[in-house]
Write a protein that binds this ligand. Structure first.
Ligand code: ADE
Length: 236
């Protein structure tokens, strides 16, 4: 049976899902509250992990060990690195890597975790396809792309850093949890996807006065898509 762990970094991102689901239990662990229950008749665990890679990785491990989830979704907002992604649009991960992982002096590619066999962690094909189709149904007015999520413990808000993430990694969006969720899922052999709505352009305009408004809109698009994903996902 499928049981999907749904991880958001911020309360805004998980509030809608918590309101819509039937909650059976709430378990506090490592400063996170795990809401175990059902949505559209499907088993889910919804949790706000907090910001950053350490929180995100810990959260996946708890979902795997304590809740026995079979699939992982990470939803949230991101800064756009791709000119085709405007504020409010959605990026679904094909792959994810950590832009602040750099062991290049000892022979590894920038972004590569030493001694792991992949540079970017691949998301699950069936989950990607379901998410894209779900997004087109419930958010018909926005663009949905698939691509590379680049993750680091850093809010990107200057043009120079943004340009580096594009030049070195060819990233499509920048955020602060996805690749940690991806690595922890990969190591636990759990299929995953990252669903990110664009809240800013990851340049000098990011984090400005409009950020809370854009963030709210972006989080709504993510929540609608995630509900439709849960309703429609049939693994192979
Ligand atoms: N989340 C939303 N926007 C972001 C940005 N510009 N950098 C990192 N994480 C983000």
């Amino acid at each position: 049976m499928i049981k999907t762990g749904i991880i958001g970094a911020m309360e805004l991102e998980v509030a809608t899902l918590k309101n819509l689901m039937t909650v059976n239990t709430v378990t506090a662990k490592a400063g996170m509250d795990f809401y175990d229950g059902t949505l559209e008749g499907r088993s889910i665990v919804v949790v706000r992990c907090g910001i950053g890679k350490v929180n995100a990785a810990m959260c996946v491990q708890i979902l795997a060990d304590l809740f026995g989830v079979t699939h992982i979704i990470n939803t949230g907002v991101a800064g756009s690195l791709n000119p085709r992604l405007d504020i409010g649009d959605i990026l679904i991960s094909e792959r994810a890597l950590q832009h602040d992982m750099d062991s290049s002096p000892i022979g590894f590619a920038p972004g590569q975790v030493p001694d792991i066999d992949v540079l970017a962690f691949p998301a699950d094909r069936a989950m990607i396809d379901t998410a894209v189709a779900a997004c087109r149904r419930v958010n018909p007015d926005i663009s949905v792309l698939t691509g590379l999520v680049v993750t680091g413990d850093q809010f990107i808000s200057d043009r120079k850093t943004k340009d580096r993430l594009i030049a070195v990694f060819h990233g499509d969006c920048a955020e602060m949890e996805g690749a940690a969720v991806a690595q922890a899922s990969y190591l636990n052999r759990l299929p995953f996807i990252i669903i990110r709505a664009i809240s800013d352009k990851a340049d000098d305009s990011a984090g400005g006065m409009d950020f809370p408004t854009f963030e709210r809109q972006a989080a709504e698009h993510c929540a609608k898509l995630t509900v439709e994903f849960i309703r429609s996902f049939e693994p192979a």
